[in-house]
Design a protein around this ligand. Structure first.
Ligand code: NAP
Ligand code: ZN
Ligand code: ZN
Length: 349
């Protein structure tokens, strides 16, 4: 076993404490990664607080991992020591089912192995990226292009791919009107990506407090959802709506903003059910859909797209002793627009 330093929460309320955890010894196809940066995703909070179901503690969250390969197993062919790499929300899957074979490992029919809070094929409880090193099979590691610094690369591994995948699947492109609901970690990436894909982009945020940022980062329009006029003005006007909100919202109000045949895709994952009135759908042949991260191949494609289009998240780098504070700010929608932990500060008191 390899002992590594980590920040763990010992219960749903926190706080984070410095501790050590064990990584498995390198198997022939494993890569040992020296983690440099780890992003903070709202899913870390949902998971650690038990909102999606019970979890085991201590828990080390973190599935937006960027670092450098420090060691490789005897049969590794894809990576070498010194390579700049990333790991996202999953570290394994069955690799044999229909979905895995299609490169959609996130939808593995046997369930993919989450980067944290899952039991892996070795029977070990997985622990995530708020730590100094991680061991991952080479097939679930992606390459970070040279043009992307490691700190901004980290959030691409979840916020980036989670928004890239549905935008591609539902055809964000020139001539398409795309709305993004919620302007946080995922939301601001959705805006940058949809803009780069050539779509006309509208942000639907609770207030106008981040409007200048929204327009600067690629939105064509920006509206406050606290203003009832917004829903009247924009009725029936979008081809695609990406909902990134982490809480329950009145989904019927947002469905009314779709035009004929439009799709609202939910990537936000509140624990509470969203109540869909069928009349919000049938009148204009609308679809209500969901999407979960993206496969490994598509994650690599997204990274290459970001390098080509010079897209990077807006980040606030924090030291490892400030995770609790950052989580509180995420919960208060006070994030601009992704917190990234500098893993080099792991041992700071
Ligand atoms: P985030 O940074 O906290 O952003 C969420 C945004 O939602 C906030 O910035 C806020 O935007 C809006 N919001 C929050 N509470 C709200 C409320 N009560 N009413 C209306 N709007 C509200 O979170 P994130 O990291 O982007 O994650 C967003 C959600 O996606 C989470 O539920 C997360 O678990 C989920 N997620 C899903 C996947 C997937 O694979 N499907 C992957 C990653 C994350 P404004 O301030 O602009 O209104
Ligand atoms: Zn995430
Ligand atoms: Zn599978």
């Amino acid at each position: 076993m390899i002992t590594v330093q980590a920040r763990a929460t010992f219960g749903p309320e926190g706080p984070f404490k410095l501790t050590s955890i064990e990584r498995r010894d390198l198997q022939p196809h494993d890569v040992l990664i020296e983690i440099k940066y780890a992003g903070i995703c709202h899913s870390d909070i949902h998971t650690a607080r038990g909102e999606w179901g019970p979890v085991q503690y201590p828990l080390v969250p973190g599935h937006e991992i960027a670092g450098i390969v420090a060691e490789v197993g005897s049969e590794v062919t894809k990576y070498a020591v010194g390579d700049r790499v990333g790991v996202g929300c999953m570290v394994d899957s069955c690799r044999e089912c229909e979905n895995c074979r299609k490169g959609e490992e996130q939808y593995c029919l046997k369930g993919n192995t989450g980067t944290y809070a899952a039991i892996d094929r070795y029977g070990q409880y997985t622990q995530g990226g708020y730590s100094t090193r991680i061991v991952v099979t080479e097939d679930f590691v992606v390459r970070i292009p040279d043009g992307i610094e490691l700190d901004v690369a980290a959030p691409l591994l979840c916020a980036g791919i989670t928004t890239y995948s549905p935008l591609r699947h539902w055809g964000a492109a020139p001539g398409k009107k795309v709305a993004v609901v919620g302007f946080g970690g995922l939301g601001h990436m959705a805006v940058k990506l949809a803009h780069a894909m050539g779509a006309e982009v509208t942000v639907l945020s609770q207030t106008l407090s981040k409007k200048e940022d929204g327009l600067r980062l690629g939105a064509d329009r920006y509206y406050a959802t606290s203003d009832p006029e917004t829903f009247k003005k924009l009725a029936g006007s979008f081809d695609l709506i990406v909902n990134t909100v982490s809480a329950k919202i009145d989904i019927n109000a947002y469905l009314s903003l779709l035009g004929l045949g439009g799709t609202l895709v939910n990537v936000g994952a509140p624990a509470e059910p969203l109540e869909v009135n069928v009349f919000s759908l049938i009148g204009h042949r609308r679809s209500f859909a969901g999407s979960m991260i993206g496969g490994i191949r598509e994650t690599q494609e997204m990274l290459d797209f970001c390098a080509e289009h010079r897209i990077a998240p807006e980040i606030e780098v924090i030291s490892a002793n400030r995770i609790d504070e950052a989580w509180e700010r995420v919960l208060a929608s006070d994030v601009r627009y992704r917190f990234v932990i500098d893993i080099g500060t792991m041992e700071q008191p």
